[in-house]
Design a protein around this ligand. Structure first.
Ligand code: ATP
Ligand code: MG
Length: 392
């Protein structure tokens, strides 16, 4: 029996004049994601993308898994495809639903009729189909409030579609509709989540990571690269910039007051990220900070790091509790990698008593004890770039 996926838009359904641009990017994203799963007929109408596999061999659950991680869709429906003729809907539709209806105890029918030429209206479809379901599966009873299965019959332009429940989509806006930004990606729990959240708003993510060999190991870098691949299932291709940071950290250690190490280091990280973002035409930085989580994320510390920013800095997890961030990390499958115990450059030379309420003028004074600019330029120059093709 022929099956199709109806992927329904979320927010872009509300867009006005430029809706078709958003739709075009969404369809392009879907096509790229499915390109190695076979041939498909992909069309769009009425705020729905219709995804029809053209080969019997294509496993539709694989297709759903990919589309489920594509930002821009609120729900997906895996449907059987039928003639717009009640006899076909009844005979073959009842067969199509056999698995779901055999295991359920209660059900209800919903109908959507966007083709008003179809002779039965929605209440009539619900009544008739409900009646026919009970006749074929007499163990079932109707429960309109909390049914085990919601059967939906949709009468649309070319066909009738039937499904037994919707699948939650990823929500958000299609990646590529909101420009590009640079994510400061550590090996921790928070920054991959921050990248995922901004990609969900349609931003194409690039990632930057700072390494300090020999204080940080190659395994630590590989861990971050694996995180990059993980979030690429949602974010698409990611360009990865790896910055050699050892010399700068050593110079901070040798020249600046210990209690300000971390804050000065973070300011220099921001400066480097910003230079690369400007060079690569990326419009904003993204950080995984949450107010008060650690000494470098107090309000005072954020004031000091933000003072070097000349472009918008997005911190999508800023108001979230750790447990809320962890919940998303588990959902996007980054958590288990993030908790692997490799050291990050932020834990190199950490002061025993970091200043939790640093004063900007003091930080600037301390930072001026050494001329970091040439080293910053050198680090930017020696930054390695690597492209992570999306792994779906
Ligand atoms: P995370 O869980 O994202 O590592 P964290 O709670 O450990 O965050 P910090 O170590 O203070 O917090 O880092 C704050 C933010 O700075 C991170 O979320 C990340 O955006 C950025 N960052 C920290 N270390 C690095 C690094 N080595 N490379 C790139 N960005 C980093
Ligand atoms: Mg960290």
């Amino acid at each position: 029996m022929k099956e199709i996926i109806l992927a329904k838009y979320g927010e872009i359904a509300l867009k006005g004049l430029n809706k078709s641009q958003f739709e075009a990017i969404l369809v392009k994203n879907v096509k790229r994601r499915l390109s190695d799963l076979g041939q498909f007929k992909i069309t769009r109408a009425q705020s729905i993308v219709f995804i029809e596999p053209l080969s019997e061999e294509t496993d539709i659950s694989d297709v759903i898994e990919r589309v489920r991680k594509t930002f821009g869709f609120s729900v997906l429906c895996r449907c059987g495809v039928f003639e717009k003729d009640y006899e076909d809907i009844k005979t073959n539709g009842l067969l199509y639903l056999e698995d779901e209806l055999s295991y359920a105890k209660t059900f209800k029918v919903e109908a959507k009729r966007s083709d008003k030429k179809f002779p039965m209206n929605s209440p009539a479809i619900c009544r008739e189909f409900g009646h026919d379901i009970m006749e074929k599966y007499p163990h079932l009873s109707v429960d309109v409030k909390n049914p085990d299965v919601v059967v939906t019959v949709e009468i649309r332009e070319t066909n009738a579609y039937i499904h037994a429940g919707v699948i939650q989509g990823a929500g958000g806006m299609p990646v590529g509709t909101s420009g590009q930004a640079l994510l400061l990606l550590s090996g921790g729990i928070d920054s991959p989540v921050a990248g995922y959240m901004m990609a969900k708003r349609g931003i194409h993510i690039n990632a930057i990571h700072y390494v300090s060999p020999p204080y940080t190991s190659d395994r630590a870098r590989q861990k971050v690269e694996r995180l990059c691949s993980k979030i690429s299932a949602y974010c698409g291709d990611i360009r990865f910039f790896c910055v050699p940071f050892t010399e700068i950290q050593e110079k901070i250690k040798d020249n600046c007051p210990e209690e300000l190490f971390t804050i000065i280091m973070r300011r220099i990280m921001m400066k480097i990220a910003q230079k690369i973002a400007e060079r690569e035409n990326l419009s904003a930085l993204i950080l995984g900070e949450s107010v008060g989580q650690v000494a470098s994320q107090t309000m005072g510390a954020i004031v000091c790091t933000d003072a070097v920013a000349k472009m918008p800095v997005f911190r999508p997890v800023i108001g979230m509790d750790k447990s809320e961030i962890v919940e998303i990390a588990r959902k996007i499958d980054t958590f288990d990698i993030s908790i692997e115990p490799y050291e990050d450059c932020c834990t190199v030379f950490t002061p025993k008593h970091p200043k939790t309420a640093p004063v900007l003028s003091e930080v600037e004074k301390a930072e001026a004890l050494f001329d970091f600019e040439p080293l910053i330029d050198k680090a930017v120059e020696e930054t390695e770039v690597k492209l992570f093709k999306a792994e779906f």
